[in-house]
Design a protein around this ligand. Structure first.
Ligand SMILES: *Cc1c(COP(=O)(O)O)cnc(C)c1O
Length: 351
C-alpha cells in the first residue's frame, strides 16, 4: 500500500475470494457456483443488438427487472432494490444501519467482518452452538444491526422462519438482514415476513441458483422506507451499478424461473448422493440446505484433503479459522463431477 493511504484503510484485512485459477481446468467445487449454464432465454436476451446499445447508460432504476422480481415474489416495485451483486447490498446495509454496531455469528460469511471494519462498526460476534447451529437466543435484544446468512455459510444449516420472526420482534429498533444467497436449495425464504415487519431486509442473489455469478446481480426485498435508504446510498455512489446486459439477463432469468428451480432440484438430488457417499467413507457432514456441504474426516486433515484434491484437479474450499480448520466446504457440482470427486477422495483415503 502507498504511504498516502488512510489509517483506517491500511488496517483493513480485505476479503479473500475463493480461488479462480486460470492455469488449468479444474473441477471447481470451491465458490458455490452453479454447474449448469444460463437458460437459453438469457443467452438470447444478451443479443448483438443489446451490446450495440451499450453506448447508452443503463436504466438506473432497473425498471423492467424490478417489475419482473416484484411479480415473482408478489411484492410492490417499491419493495425491491437491485445492485451489483448481493455483496454490494450487504455493504450498503452495514453503511446504512450499523451506527449502533452489528451482530453476526462467529462462523458465517467472511465478508461481514470486512464490512464492519470498512465502516468502523463495532461487531458483536455470537458463536454458533457446539453443533454449529445458530444461537437464536443470542441474537435477541441486540438492538443493533443483525446480519444472518440463512442457510448459513459455510455450514449450510438453516434456522426456521419462526426463529427469524422472534429475532426481528426482539430487535424493534434496528434492522435485521437475512442473507438468502442459498435459499433456493431447499430453504424457506423470509420474504413474506417483510410485509409484516418494517425492520426486516432479505437479500438474494443471481450468483448461485441462477447461474449468473459473473454477471453481478443481487436484490433485496423489504419495506419501502428501507429500500429508499439503500437507493439513497446507490444514488450517492454509483447509480449505474447494474449494467444493461445484466438487467436484460436478469429479466430473462425470471421469465425462465422453472428452469432454475429444476436445476436446484438436480443439485439437491446430487447433494443427497454426495452426503451418502462421504458418510460411507467415514466423514461427518453437517445437514445442508445449500448447494454445498461442510464435512470433516477423522482420517485426514481439512488442509491435506484440500491440497491432495487440488493436485488431482479438484478444487474445494478450506478455511484456516481454528474452529473449522478440520472441515472443507464442497460445492455440489453436476452428478458427473461429484462422482469424480468421490472417486478422488476414495483414492486419497486409500493411500
Ligand atoms: C455468495 C454469497 C453472497 C454474494 O453474492 P453476490 O451476489 O455474488 O455478491 C452473499 N452472501 C453469501 C452468504 C454468499 O455465500
Amino acid at each position: 500500500m502507498s504511504r498516502y493511504v488512510s489509517k483506517r484503510l491500511s488496517r483493513i484485512e480485505a476479503y479473500t475470494p475463493g480461488e479462480q485459477p486460470q492455469d488449468k481446468k479444474y473441477i471447481k467445487l470451491n465458490t458455490n457456483e452453479s454447474p449448469y449454464p444460463a437458460s437459453p432465454k438469457v443467452v438470447e436476451a444478451v443479443s448483438a443488438d443489446a451490446v450495440a446499445r451499450l453506448r447508452l447508460y443503463c436504466d438506473p432504476e432497473c425498471k423492467k427487472l424490478t417489475q419482473a422480481l416484484a411479480g415473482l415474489y408478489g411484492v410492490g416495485e417499491k419493495n425491491i432494490f437491485l445492485s451489483n451483486g448481493s455483496d454490494d447490498i450487504l455493504n450498503f446495509a452495514f453503511m446504512a444501519y450499523g451506527e449502533s454496531g452489528v451482530a453476526y455469528a462467529d462462523i458465517t460469511y467472511g465478508f461481514y467482518p470486512v464490512f464492519a471494519e470498512l465502516h468502523g462498526i463495532t461487531p458483536t460476534v455470537i458463536p454458533l452452538k457446539e453443533d454449529f447451529s445458530l444461537d437464536v437466543e443470542g441474537f435477541k435484544n441486540q438492538n443493533k444491526l443483525v446480519v444472518i446468512a440463512n442457510p448459513n455459510a459455510p455450514t449450510g444449516m438453516e434456522i426456521s422462519l419462526s426463529d427469524i420472526e422472534s429475532i426481528v420482534l426482539s430487535n424493534p429498533n434496528s434492522v435485521v438482514v437475512i442473507d438468502e444467497a442459498y435459499v433456493d436449495f431447499g430453504g424457506t425464504s423470509a420474504i413474506p415476513l417483510t410485509k409484516k415487519y418494517d425492520n426486516l431486509l432479505v437479500c438474494q442473489t443471481y450468483s448461485k441458483s441462477r447461474s449468473m455469478a459473473g454477471a453481478r446481480l443481487g436484490y433485496a426485498v423489504g419495506n419501502e422506507a428501507l429500500i429508499a435508504d439503500l437507493n439513497k446510498i446507490k444514488y450517492s455512489t454509483n447509480p449505474y451499478n447494474v449494467n444493461t446486459l445484466t438487467q436484460l439477463a436478469g429479466v430473462a432469468a425470471v421469465e425462465d424461473n422453472d428452469y432454475y428451480l429444476g436445476n436446484a432440484q438436480k443439485i439437491i438430488a446430487t447433494r443427497v448422493y454426495v452426503i451418502g457417499a462421504l458418510e460411507q467413507l467415514g466423514f461427518e457432514v453437517l445437514p445442508s440446505k445449500a448447494n454445498f456441504i461442510f464435512a470433516r474426516s477423522p482420517k485426514i486433515s481439512g488442509l491435506e484433503l484440500y491440497l491432495k484434491l487440488k493436485e488431482r484437479g479438484v478444487l474445494i474450499r478450506h478455511f484456516e479459522k481454528a474452529r473449522i480448520k478440520d472441515f472443507n466446504r464442497i460445492t455440489i457440482g453436476s452428478q458427473q463431477e461429484m462422482e469424480i470427486f468421490i472417486s478422488k477422495v476414495t483414492e486419497i483415503l486409500g493411500e
